[in-house]
Design a protein around this ligand. Structure first.
Ligand code: KE4
Length: 429
């Protein structure tokens, strides 16, 4: 048994599935998960000393790469002043101010400890602020594991969803409608039928939980129009895309394509914590003032706005706000995708990819999927073979065809070239 295999066997004795988050168990791709001992820059080393070029980046947070000196320094200083107080601190104000400065649609934010908590709270706030119960989400979008959001599509249009998890009562999900991403007709019909009962539409504007799928401009334009017309809130789940696809998140990308575009509420996570447990949700002052202690919508958290996590997040935001950061990151990520496409062409394998900022995806297909059903119909066996071929060559990609990938500022041109070279070999194997 290898050390990773030994650790996995030991882990499974005391932790369900041997992991603290299911995707880490490699069940979608098979094989033994790599137990990571340390990471630095663009690299991770497993318990056997094997080095990997890291395209997970903790599923998005590590946009600077691992162990950025300015972030380490900020975290160390904060930790020396205390881990947690259960009382307000100035740094929470500074982080809130930094987020609001970068996201024009947000007047106020509430800091929490995970994307799930942020999404769950935003959903409660949307329902509390509108006095409505029904919500719309889209197949293939993941908004964390709050009960009301663990839902798959109902049997037909405008029918309510079914739980995707045991332990979620039908009662909880019967208010959740699950529609097809990028399906204009469905949202028009649904809003025509029950638009005045919809509290919110929650969407990943650039979806990273069905690999990498963009909401089309016509679809997003129609969503905005229908939410405004019917008094429903458009909630952008930017836990993954926020401060990752652009400094202003996906909403800044759509604001360039759709004049005056803004969501009503936004959910953030990952990058704003810089790898530490921190997330947030925000919106207009009117909406956010519905939250306790001001308003009737309750929400709370022992470690919300944690002093060490806010230091990590602030230091991260400061670095990514520097001039040219996203231009360089976008170009590097585009270069990776083009390199993968070129290697696949040379190998006679259909592969198409896309990227925005430091987030990317690729599919063993001839064209970019526009929704979950098409993503899941792409060649899974070929993906899994490719995943392991890359892992064996020291490149750690997302261990599932429905996940996105992430490039950091620490990835060098040589790392990208080495990745493309490994891909050329893996595709021919
Ligand atoms: P967390 O509760 O995992 O911090 O965030 C939930 C969440 C909410 N919204 C979006 C758009 C997300 O991508 C996530 C979490 N993303 C997954 C990656 N597919 C995290 C990885 C994992 O579950 O281990």
């Amino acid at each position: 048994m290898t050390t990773n295999e030994q650790l996995f066997a030991r882990a499974q004795r005391v932790i369900p599935g041997g992991v603290n988050s299911p995707v880490r168990a490699f069940r979608a791709v098979g094989g033994t998960p790599r137990f990571i001992a340390r990471a630095q820059g663009a690299y991770m080393w497993d318990a056997e000393g094997q080095r990997y070029i890291d395209y997970i980046g903790s599923w998005g947070p590590m946009i600077l790469g691992h162990g950025h000196p300015a972030v380490l320094d900020a975290v160390h200083k904060a930790a020396m002043d205390g881990f947690s107080f259960g009382a307000p601190t100035e740094r929470e104000i500074e982080l809130a101010e930094a987020i609001i400065a970068l996201v024009p649609s947000v007047d106020q934010v509430r800091l929490v400890s995970s994307g799930t908590e942020a999404g769950m709270s935003a959903l409660r706030l949307a329902r509390g602020a509108t006095g409505r119960t029904k919500i719309i989400k889209f197949e293939g979008c993941y908004h964390g594991h709050a009960d009301a959001l663990l839902v798959k599509a109902g049997s037909g249009l405008a029918t309510f969803g079914f739980p995707t998890s045991a332990g979620v009562p039908e009662d909880v999900v019967k208010h959740t409608l699950v529609l097809e991403y990028n399906n204009l007709q469905q949202i028009e019909e649904t809003f025509a039928l029950q638009g005045d009962e919809i509290a919110c539409v929650m969407i990943e504007p650039i979806a990273g939980n069905m690999n990498f799928v963009r909401a089309s401009v016509p679809f997003m334009t129609k969503l905005r129009e229908l939410c405004t017309k019917h008094g429903a809130m458009l909630v952008f789940d930017e836990v993954m895309s926020g401060f990752r696809v652009a400094l202003g998140g996906a909403q800044s990308v759509y604001a360039q394509l759709i004049p005056g575009f803004k969501p009503d509420m936004s959910v953030f996570g990952k990058v704003i914590g810089g790898g530490m447990p921190l997330a947030a949700f925000g919106g207009t002052k009117d909406v956010m003032s519905q939250l306790a202690p001001l308003g009737p919508v309750y929400q709370a958290g022992t470690l919300s706005g944690n002093p060490v996590a806010t230091a990590c997040g602030l230091a991260t935001l400061k670095e990514i706000s520097k001039p040219g950061f996203f231009d360089a990151l976008s170009a590097k990520t585009q270069g990776l995708v083009k390199g993968l496409e070129s290697a696949a062409r040379d190998a006679g394998v259909p592969l198409v990819g896309d990227s925005q900022g430091g987030m990317f995806g690729f599919f063993f297909a001839d064209s970019l999927p526009q929704n979950y059903g098409v993503v899941m119909a792409t060649d899974k066996e070929r993906f899994n073979r490719f995943f392991h071929g890359m892992l064996d060559r020291g490149v750690y990609l997302a261990p599932a065809l429905y996940e996105a990938g992430f490039v950091s500022a620490a990835h060098s041109a040589d790392d990208i070239a080495a990745t493309v070279q490994a891909a050329a070999a893996a595709l021919k194997a």
